[in-house]
Write a protein that binds this ligand. Structure first.
Ligand SMILES: [Zn+2]
Length: 382
């Protein structure tokens, strides 16, 4: 092994500052620790960006759910006539499961309300793959590494345990570049809160175990160049906002006056029947976030060539979680969330290892350049 590239999902620069985990801090002192600007999306759009060096409006992978060009036929449509927000969707869940068993309804559409289910489609991100969704048209980092005559493997570890350590050691023995991803700190941030004492405890334990693992690997392969990074930070949730009811109370009904896909922090909005300005105005008056103006789309890398991800985008204020949303049936917010405006400090990712390369990344997409430079470096050594 010559290069070790580790992604710790959901660890923000602010959390490293706050908890000072000795392994990351010590390595940061030696090889450089900097914050990275993340993207206005979730891991679904960020990993494709890291692995391709392109922004979401270039590679066209953003959120997992997007609008279909034309609605499909959905057997569950009539369920939308029933009132209510949670019970109804739970009923739809059961109905979907039954229909799926009978082979009458295809995919499981998460917590999307039945009255608009037929409008959406899903690209299921498979994070254990690089890339998590097929991206045939873009130049992937894996291809770059191969082109420079190097071998690589991507190891996705649900947890940092003995099994993971063994897998990483075994893989390191047969490749030039080893890419590793740990998703479990993201989960801890959601469940415990990114700045809580309980999270700090979990983070210190993870950091100590990771530092030990890296030390072992660098002892076996002393010339290894190691980088560590994350894809986004984690924000403490302080408030929740029911945008769906808020709009309904003002006479704007989902699936009638407007169509929306409500994520945890971002709402994709479509206006087929007008009402764009009134609905945008109402959301801007809510005190929970704002609708981006069209001339801002490019700077947020949301300048998509078609309407699949939305006509407009509502972004919740830092710390606001949208409840209910179409991702889960939870009626209570998480303790931590991500997917806010990348200008917010708590959203920042981190990067360790910059002193070892010339390129200085400023956002998560630039990590592609770090990997490219490392691959070329190895090429020169050969
Ligand atoms: Zn997450």
């Amino acid at each position: 092994m010559q290069h070790l590239f580790i992604v710790i999902d959901g660890i923000g620069y602010d959390q490293i500052e706050r908890f000072q985990p000795s392994g990351l801090i010590e390595r940061g002192k030696r090889t450089g620790l900097v914050p990275l600007t993340t993207l206005l999306t979730y891991s679904s759009g960020i990993y494709p960006s890291i692995w391709s060096g392109q922004y979401p409006d270039q590679h066209l992978v953003w959120t997992e759910f997007f609008r279909r060009p034309a609605p499909r036929r959905a057997v569950t449509g009539p369920l939308g006539l029933l009132p209510g927000k949670y019970l109804l969707r739970k009923a739809a869940y059961v109905a979907l499961a039954v229909l799926k068993r009978l082979g009458m309804e295809q995919p499981e559409y998460a917590a999307i309300p039945p009255q608009v289910q037929s409008c959406f489609d899903r690209v299921q991100s498979q994070y254990w793959n690089l890339p998590p969704v097929p991206m045939p048209a873009v130049p992937l980092i894996s291809q770059k590494i191969e082109r420079s005559g190097q071998t690589w493997e991507y190891v996705f570890c649900e947890a940092l345990d003995q099994r993971a350590e063994r897998r990483i050691h075994d893989t390191a023995a047969r490749v030039d570049t080893l890419l590793v991803c740990f998703p479990d700190m993201d989960k801890a941030g959601h469940e415990l809160g990114p700045m809580s004492a309980a999270f700090g405890e979990a983070f210190h334990a993870f950091d100590a175990r990771l530092a030990r693992l890296i030390a072992e690997l660098e002892q076996r392969w002393p010339d290894t160049v190691t980088f560590l990074c994350s894809d986004h930070g984690m924000t403490t949730v302080t408030r929740q906002f029911d945008a769906w009811s808020y709009l309904e109370q003002r006479g704007f009904r989902l699936g009638h006056e407007y169509l929306a896909f409500i994520n945890s922090t971002i709402i994709s909005l479509w206006f087929d029947n007008g009402h764009r300005d009134e609905i945008s105005h109402a959301l801007n008056q809510s005190g929970y976030g704002r609708v981006l103006s069209p001339d801002e789309h490019a700077s947020y890398h949301l300048d998509f060539p078609d309407r699949r991800y939305g006509d407009r985008f509502f972004v919740a204020d830092e710390g606001v979680e949208l409840i209910p949303n179409f991702i889960s049936l939870a009626n209570q917010a998480n303790y931590g969330m991500h997917g806010y405006d990348p200008a917010c400090s708590s959203t920042r990712a981190f990067f360790i290892g910059g002193k070892q390369v010339d390129v200085q990344p400023s956002d998560v997409v630039d990590l592609y350049d770090v990997l490219t430079e490392a691959a070329v470096m190895a090429d020169c050594l050969v």
